[in-house]
Design a protein around this ligand. Sequence first.
Ligand SMILES: [Cu+2]
Length: 166
Amino acid sequence: MPFERELHCAVACRNLKCNSVKYRSWIALPLFCLISAFGVMHNAVANESLQIVDARVPAVDKAGGDLPLTMTIKNEADSADALLRVRCPVANFSERHIVDRGEGAPAMRSISNIPVPAKTSLELKRDGYHVMLLQLRQALAPGETFKCAVVFQKAGTIETEVQVQK
Ligand SMILES: [Cu+2]
């Protein structure tokens, strides 16, 4: 996609160079192209500083229930980030959860976001920070995969493939 955009840009630059009689627009478009190409490169670098690996859910044989979604978030950036929300086509809603351990049994609690420290690999898990998929729309068989959009405060939206565990 970035390559296509640059290619399109290069063609536009050349056309204008040939057709234009105005020196000012002759210089303006190449400049615009340069800035545009830089924007594409900058986005690519920004997204690489935060990665999601190993996203998974347990298998479930019927729709309607809730399911914990776990993953590892690798933040190589110098600044902290936060997981704000997750959208998956297989569930109606999702929440960010933390597990509280008090006097009684451990209990899950909904939180507004999951903090992701700088220069850290954060492992989401069932007994710690995790994402809860609510009101599943379908059963999920072992080995199946589906895609989710994970939205971070700084890194923006990152799409990840989720594996249904065996
Ligand atoms: Cu939960």
